[in-house]
Design a protein around this ligand. Sequence first.
Ligand code: HEM
Length: 405
Amino acid sequence: MDVDQILSGLYSEAGRQDPYPWYAALHEHGPISTIPNRPEHSTVSAVAVGYDLVDQVLRDPEWYKQAPPGWQDQEILRTFQSSMMFVNPPDHGRMRGVFARTFTPRRLGALEPVIVRVVDTLLDRMADAGADGGEVDFVADFAYPVPALVMAEFIGLPESELAWYRQRVDWIDEFLDVAGKTPQRLALANQAAEELRAWYRDLIAHRRNHPGEDLISGLVEALDSGDVDLTEEELISNLIVLFNASFVTTVYMFSNGLPVLLAHPDTVAALPGDEPLAQGCVDEVLRLESPVHFLARAAPRDTVLGGVPVARDENVLLIIAGANRDPHRFPEPERFDPRRDGPPSLAFGVGPHFCLGSAVSRLEGRIGLPRLFARFPRLAVSQPADYSGSLFLRGIDKLFVNTGG
Ligand code: HEM
């Protein structure tokens, strides 16, 4: 199969449901391939799946994130372009530094009891809902609310507004998908950005007058005292992007992980009480079923990468979910092995833009999964999983289970 056929297959309905056979086919062409017959307006000239090559590009600060043309005219893109996730040095370091300071080990430690409380409350509710042998949607009742409630508490967002907020996150994520650049999706993403910006302005004004212990109060205080080099509008862009980045990714860590784990009953039975195993399971699930499938970086100059020429300012599509199944780095890449040796997966990226919240999600998984299985040792999936159909953020949106009593 040539690369053109592989990419068509990947973008097809079947590829969206299960892209892994197409990634395996790409590996057979080597770590990177030129994209043949690319559309005239496309700046993406190559696609990479080799672990070492993807790792090398992501670590290199000269490979940069390219702003889409006309970004100044769209609220959503203006929001992105004034946030750490989308900017390059020196703005990137300036913005990231402000937030990195708030993700301290002390704050993370303080999050542990919050996670335990949130998880246990949700497990109680799941037990009630499933008590009569009825089905429970694991995503709606656990995978989604765990990170949402934990982050809401971390940032200081009122729980009553989460459903409203979630809708805006979904509009933005749908626009971010490879097939998402339609006028309708752009309009909804712009609306989401506008509404979220107005909402954060109000919240900031409120916290300014009634400060609490939360992240937003702390950031507003730092801003007002001239302690940090950030404007209020940049603060808002970063909060939008931060919360967006934390939402669906962690949901998919849980929802993609559950069927994988249930297929390994011995591991599941050993989970409660074995923290290193729990962490191994979380990391292996993220490798095997990565929530984020690809990133992109643009070349700083004309170059040759893995034998493939890439012209200056052209982008390489970096399929991190494919790199995580590189047979050269992960022998028998399809096999789930929570005790696997080898390099870290690229599920959280690597290099300057390495995920700022990885420790939060890993902690949620390490605490959440053993408690889930301790509570429901006979948990079973009762219907086929329903995948998002997005190739950018790939995961299970609905997963019906029986709690087993
Ligand atoms: C399992 C859950 C998660 C996954 C798989 C994930 C994945 C990623 C990836 C792949 C990147 C790199 C983007 C790039 O290089 O272009 C990233 C960046 C980022 N993530 Fe996460 N993430 C997760 C959870 C979180 C959480 C919980 C938060 C917030 C608390 C968060 C906040 C961020 C931020 C702010 C960035 C941008 C960092 C920068 O550009 O310097 N993420 N994430």
